[in-house]
Design a protein around this ligand. Structure first.
Ligand SMILES: [Mg+2]
Length: 162
């Protein structure tokens, strides 16, 4: 299996429902923020996120934010959605992901890292040995490095969709 291949490819977090949780034997989710739960550069959860979090809670799924963002930026968001968080997680390095899994006290095969970036979220999750769920980013970021990355990602998404 390629370290660049997600366990599952979905459009958005809203594709994660009771059936999905059951099918993938998930007990906990580690959630990216930018372009996964919030539109890039906003600190607002996109409409429906709060309801989705409630649904996951009702199913007994343990939710944590795991972001590369600094604590100041992350705290504001995490407080809004009332979720615990791991900050500056240095994705795609696997160490902090593994540490988070240990802290959750669940087996790594019952954890999924959910994120929009192939070269940080998916690569990091795969290296840490958790399941990886790749969502489509919500909005294209500024800057040529991002545009370049997104173009490569689009190619991968097309390939994996087949
Ligand atoms: Mg992101």
């Amino acid at each position: 299996m390629s370290i660049f291949k997600p366990t599952v490819l979905i459009d958005s977090i809203f594709d994660i429902d009771a059936d999905f949780i059951k099918r993938h034997h998930l007990k906990a989710l580690l959630l990216d923020v930018d372009n996964t739960l919030a539109i890039y550069q906003t600190r607002e959860p996109v409409p429906g996120v709060m309801e989705w979090i409630e649904t996951m809670r009702a199913l007994g799924v343990d939710l944590h934010i795991l972001s590369n963002a600094k604590p100041k930026r992350l705290t504001a968001f995490a407080n809004q959605v009332h979720l615990p968080y791991f900050y500056m997680s240095l994705k795609p390095l696997p160490f902090k992901i593994s540490k988070a899994v240990k802290k959750l006290g669940v087996e790594k095969q019952n954890v999924a890292l959910v994120g929009d970036q192939l070269f940080t979220d998916i690569l990091g999750g795969n290296l840490a040995g958790v399941q990886t769920v790749w969502v489509q980013y919500m909005q294209l970021e500024d800057g040529w490095t991002f545009q370049c990355k997104r173009r490569i990602e689009t190619r991968f998404r097309k390939k994996y969709r087949r």
